[in-house]
Ligand binder design. Structure first.
Ligand SMILES: Cc1ncc(COP(=O)(O)O)c(C=O)c1O
Length: 466
């Protein structure tokens, strides 16, 4: 059940005719060429929520509309799905028992080494996961993991496959000439609506919902970034074969860091070879024992890993709930560290710009306000928002009208918008200088490839031309 305020309903009905940003965001002082698109998207999403629950809305005394969010799965679909799973599980267990008794079956392990006495070992792969893979997943595996034969653009071609052993293994059909389909089957297949050929291979064209391609470099890499990236390989190696602190810094690394710092209006930036690692290694360099991390409950697993590794105390606040954040901040400051009751050495609030699984953006303006009120630092993960959000792609800060100077640590990745890989931290120079020494990704990990640096630099240049 969710409540839709009257104001939102009004905005929805009139949103196609005006182009202001949502209520909580004041972007009046910055020109936003995408405001109308954003408004339409928000109105559409609100509209679809309302349509899904259209017949169950009631007006509350305070003027807001309460809606029973009736997005439940139809009974027939739910029943047949659960029944199929139950049947698969039941038949799977019978097969497991039979294969054990008879010592025969598709998944019986036969050792090539006579010295291997299986009774000596604890089973390496015996869990519900293995049972699920063998007895359930293999039966329906053609629905998943099809080999992809095109670049990660908006649409992809996946190779069609067949199985000759009850879906235990799958073989790609290859080209029509070499496929072992009968002529009749070929004709039938060709007449189907999903048939397509890619470089003469039998494929199926699918909408790609599995790749990050926010600025479209997955589609037009050949015309936008290919030449500079390939040229960079003439002067520099694919790997620097050393960490940043030793011999792993090239001119491209320094150039990229400068671009990032200028783009985000921060004093300095450091680039790291993996987005995931950026969180995992930076957070422990920033906080440790005696410090407190206050983390949004829906933060990404890399943040969770980084927070746990740091040794700092961790508290979670309800997703995007500023009141709950304030409550935790107040309580933590009043109570101090457990047992000793000493004050926390420092408190850091960690949030994301856009939450990847929910697609919701952070209430950054209020989170910054509250964090500042209680003297807590802010760490903002912009993996999904940098490049894709804000009037000029400068992320959640720009979208919500927050000055980047008010966010202490800006983290982001190059995988989602920039067609590359790796991550960055942008902050004050003193912080970045410390991270270069103390962050494991910078001091112990081989540095990001110069070719990838070139990819990101070129994507910034292409963005500017647009
Ligand atoms: C919020 C967030 N942070 C960090 C990462 C890790 O980034 P990468 O995939 O570039 O390693 C992800 C990945 O999806 C993410 O969603």
């Amino acid at each position: 059940m969710f409540k839709v305020p009257e104001s939102a309903l009004e905005r929805m009905t009139s949103s196609t005719s005006h182009s202001s940003s949502p209520d909580s965001i004041d972007t009046s002082n910055c020109f936003d060429p995408f405001a109308d698109v954003r408004d339409r998207m928000e109105a559409l999403s609100l509209h679809s929520k309302l349509m899904n629950a259209y017949h169950k809305e009631t007006k509350l005394p305070d003027g807001s509309i309460s809606i029973d969010n009736d997005l439940s799965i139809p009974f027939f679909v739910a029943w047949t799905t659960y029944f199929s799973y139950a049947l698969f599980t039941f038949v799977g267990h019978i097969r497991e028992i039979c294969s054990k008794i008879l010592n025969r079956g598709r998944y019986i392990y036969t050792s090539n080494y006579p010295s291997d006495d299986k009774s000596k070992y604890a089973p390496l792969l015996q869990s519900f996961k293995t049972f699920y893979t063998k007895r359930i997943y293999h039966r329906i595996q053609d629905c998943f993991n099809r080999p992809i034969c095109t670049n990660p653009g908006a649409y992809i071609h996946v190779l069609e496959r067949i199985s000759h052993d009850g879906n235990k293994t799958m073989q790609v059909l290859g080209t029509f000439e070499e496929s072992n389909m009968s002529h009749d089957l070929q004709t039938l297949y060709k007449s189907g609506k999903h048939f397509s050929l890619y470089e003469n291979k039998i494929t199926r064209k699918c909408l790609n919902l599995g790749s990050y391609n926010y600025l479209g470099f997955g589609d037009d890499w050949n015309v936008t970034c290919q030449t500079p990236v390939l040229n960079s390989l003439e002067g520099l190696p694919t790997s620097m074969a050393s960490s940043r602190l030793e011999c792993g810094t090239s001119t491209l690394h320094s150039k990229l860091e400068q671009i990032i710092a200028e783009f985000l209006n921060k004093e300095a930036a450091v680039v790291i070879n993996m987005g995931f690692n950026t969180n995992v290694t930076t957070i422990p360099a920033l906080v440790g024992r005696g410090d407190l991390i206050i983390s949004d409950e829906l933060n990404h697993t890399s943040i969770i890993n980084g927070a746990r590794t740091s040794g700092a105390a961790i508290r979670c606040f309800r997703h995007n709930d500023v009141d709950h954040l304030e409550e935790i901040l107040k309580e933590s400051i009043v109570l101090g560290q457990p047992r000793t009751r000493r004050p926390w050495k420092k408190v850091m609030v960690i949030v994301e710009g856009i939450y990847s699984m929910e697609g919701e953006y952070c209430d950054l303006r209020n989170i910054v306000k509250i964090s500042k009120k209680y003297g807590a630092y802010i760490y903002l993960d912009e993996a999904h928002s940098i490049g894709a959000m804000g009037a000029t792609g400068r992320g959640c800060c720009e979208y919500t009208g927050v000055d980047t100077k008010d966010v202490d640590i800006l983290m982001g990745t190059f995988t989602k918008s920039f067609g590359g890989m790796g991550g960055y931290i942008a902050a004050d120079k003193a912080v970045i200088d410390m991270l270069r020494l103390k962050c494991a990704s910078s001091s112990y990990h081989t540095s990001i490839s110069p070719a990838v640096c070139q990819q990101v630099i070129t994507s910034f240049e292409v963005r500017d031309i647009d």
